[in-house]
Design a protein around this ligand. Structure first.
Ligand code: DGJ
Length: 707
């Protein structure tokens, strides 16, 4: 017989489900592992969560169940809303069946009168991430329009501070904080992709939570189309997160017998944001399709040559790339029919014979002779009105009315859900992958979707095109084993675990400015493991911010990522090239640690100082970067801590041999001239003096176990 309370435990997380609450089960705890609990204590915990009846309310105070609906008395944001042409708005589920293992529960719910069935799946992953998905089936005799379907995660009542991210092109995932007062904090994405302003994580915790400590929970919707996440605090004493896809009016109409599922919504928690993010990273790394081999050092040609596709120039760039140790050479935008700038060509995925009379063969052969892999940029979901494709198939362009939607970067969006459009694009990509030994596609997506509809009446198509995109990525991966794909979208406007489940890395931002990249990578890394975030050495004169930065700063910031270069290294002098090669060697040596280790951020440093590190999974090796982002009031600055090491292990701490130690008017830094050996606990609690640095300078510190 099934118990009346379930306790799922895994990866340091407990989830307790009370199966007896009315009308359907409730999660009464999601968070820290509570250890082995006997049934009687589980029941006590469940009973302890039952609310009182209060004056002026319903006779039974409504419960936050796994699928709260208005008809059950839930007077706050519901998890399901829909109707049958204006009728059948009432959804009231009863529990019909529960199947459970040690770390999963599947709750089958029925509403016979409403003609609906639902299944709520809860899966506690190996690292303690709670995955939830809700399926809804129309068992009634008439079509059912789904307006809302979302997964719900209960929050501790003392989680009163919210952290989420927003942003724009060149400044994605900028953090913002506010308090979670009574009411709803809602973040919606209506851009047909998550968008530069989307929150990669909606987090709520005890006030003042940081990276190192403070209990915090967070959710992420693993979906690349429109979506919604919210945090809500109710007047009845419940707090919760909810998340799911955001449907346009009439976008999801279930015929009798049809069903729809939310994307997986992933929830993590931690004592501090670092622990929360490590759960995401560990879980993601455990997937069978996680990129297995050391991340190849990548040179992307975009900022080196832009649209100037000239074989001699690119060949020279490849030579210089190979010389500094690059392993993958990626030809960016500009190689296909009519693509001399960004006004034309998208959709015509044939090599332009004007610029490439012998095809890409001479360049590809040269790159391969130099021992590098070849990668190619594509933007398959887009079309320029000035293209053969748009002229031949204007009906393949998404539009809600006769006129085309407002244009962005002179381009429109293809209706990939149209079977012929899908086949055309898929066939072109297969043909390229068959003709050339392409190891890697940089898959771009350079505009928000506006009025993304199709058909004579203009039916919404974001859901359908998102599924078509997933189908296409899966088809290409299956047909071309070993092919790696990067997800890029005007920089980092499509960063979600839906696309990252099918691709191998994301481009986190078009800003290569290391100072702008620091927050971008820190907050992208809340969910995305570092080895899946493209991070490149930049040209010293930044194209996006106008700053001038030195190589050391650029390298220090790119090290905790998938390391690469976005710079015309063929135009550098010999000394610079040697320094680049030295950093590439350093990155190659560090990459096993980046791929499996834990990213650490130190709290509480001066606002002008950024201290972060990567600590190996075994705890025997770490690299910390100390970046002076602005001048410090203190001169010389106060000590910085190196958290995240193993408490009782001894570590030898040294400046990296590539760090320059000289600046006018300063003496040497005492500890760098000694054999500095300290325990992880001493380094994490007491720390060391950093060097005096001018703003926009960085030092790299090597920490290696000495026991
Ligand atoms: C936007 C990307 O983010 C850039 O890296 C580059 O690939 C351009 N598109 C090319 O058009």
């Amino acid at each position: 017989m099934m118990a009346d309370v379930l306790h799922l435990r895994r990866g340091g997380t407990s989830v307790i489900l009370d199966l007896t609450t009315a009308p359907i089960p409730s999660v009464v705890h999601w968070g820290a592992d509570l250890g082995a609990i006997d049934l009687s204590a589980l029941r006590s915990l469940a009973i302890g969560a039952a609310p009182q009846r209060v004056s002026g309310g319903l006779d039974a105070t409504p419960r936050l169940t796994v699928l709260p609906t208005a008809a059950s008395g839930w007077l706050f944001t519901p998890a399901v809303e829909g109707h049958r042409a204006g009728e059948g708005v009432s959804a009231l589920f009863a529990i019909a069946e529960v199947t459970a293992t040690e770390h999963t529960a599947s709750l089958f719910l029925t509403d016979a009168e409403g003609g609906l069935e639902a299944r709520v799946e809860l899966v506690l992953g190996g690292a303690g991430v709670l995955h939830q998905r809700v399926q809804l089936r129309n068992t009634g005799p008439t079509p059912y329009t789904v307006d809302r379907l979302q997964a719900t995660f209960p929050l501790p009542w003392d989680a009163t501070e919210i952290l989420d991210t927003t942003g724009r092109h060149l400044r994605e995932r900028a953090p913002q904080r506010r308090s979670l007062a009574l009411g709803t904090h809602l973040r919606e994405s209506r851009r047909g992709r998550p968008g530069a302003d989307a929150t990669v994580l909606l987090a709520a915790g005890r006030p003042g939570f940081g990276f190192e400590r403070g209990q915090v929970h967070g959710i992420h919707v693993a979906w690349s189309g429109n979506h919604r996440v919210l945090a809500e605090r109710t007047i009845n004493g419940d707090a919760f997160f909810a998340g799911g896809e955001l449907y346009a009016p009439g976008e999801i109409v279930l015929a009798p017998g049809e069903e729809i599922a939310t994307p997986w919504v992933l929830g993590s928690w931690g004592d501090g944001l670092s622990e929360l993010s490590h759960r995401f990273h560990d879980e993601w790394r455990a997937r069978p399709q996680h990129p297995p081999r050391p991340r190849p050092i990548t040179l992307n040609t975009w900022e080196a040559v832009y649209f100037d596709h000239d074989l001699a120039r690119l060949t020279a760039l490849a030579d210089a790339a190979a010389e500094v140790g690059v392993e993958r050479f990626v030809l960016d935008d500009g190689w296909f029919l009519g693509r001399r700038d960004d006004t034309a060509g998208l959709g015509d995925w044939l090599v332009d014979p004007v610029v490439w009379p012998e095809g890409l063969h001479p360049l590809v052969a040269h790159v391969r002779r130099l021992g590098m892999e070849f990668g190619l940029w594509v933007e398959p979901e887009m079309v320029n009105p000035d293209s053969e494709l748009a002229r031949t198939h204007p009906d393949w362009i998404l539009r809600g009315r006769a006129e085309l939607p407002p244009s962005a970067r002179q381009q429109q969006v293809l209706n990939l859900a149209h079977p012929d459009a899908y086949r055309y694009i898929a066939d072109r990509l297969h043909a390229l992958l068959e003709e050339y030994p392409i190891a890697y596609l940089k898959w771009d997506h350079n505009r928000d979707l506006v009025d993304a509809a199709s058909g004579p009446g203009g039916a919404a198509r974001v859901h359908a095109t998102t599924l078509a995109l997933y189908r296409l990525l899966d088809e290409l991966k299956a047909a071309h084993p070993g092919l790696e794909i990067e997800s890029c979208a005007s920089g980092g406007a499509r960063v979600d675990l839906g696309i990252l489940d099918r691709t191998d890395r994301i481009w986190t931002s078009d800003s290569l400015d290391p100072l702008e990249r620091l927050p971008n990578q820190r907050y992208t890394g809340l969910v995305v493991p570092p080895e899946m975030m493209g991070a490149h050495l930049t040209t010293p004169h930044l194209h996006t911010s106008g700053r001038t930065v030195d190589l050391e700063l650029s390298a220090a910031v790119a090290l905790i990522g998938h390391f690469g270069i976005e710079w015309d290294v063929s135009a550098t002098d010999l000394v610079t090239r040697e320094r680049i090669a030295a950093w590439v060697d350093y990155a190659k040596d560090l990459r096993p640690v980046v791929a499996t280790g834990r990213t650490i951020h130190a709290d509480g440093t001066d606002p002008g100082v950024d201290v972060r590190g990567i600590v190996s999974a075994e705890g025997d090796r770490a690299m910390f970067s100390i970046v002076q982002t602005a001048t410090d009031a203190a001169y010389p600055p106060g000590r910085v801590r190196f958290p995240g090491l193993t408490d009782d292990r001894l570590y030898r701490v040294r400046l990296s041999p590539l760090t320059s130690t000289h600046d006018a008017g300063q003496s040497a830094l005492a500890w760098t001239e000694h054999d500095t050996v300290l325990t992880g606990r001493q380094l994490g609690i007491v720390g060391l003096r950093p060097m005096v640095q001018q703003p926009q300078r960085a030092i790299v510190v090597d920490v290696v176990a000495a026991d």
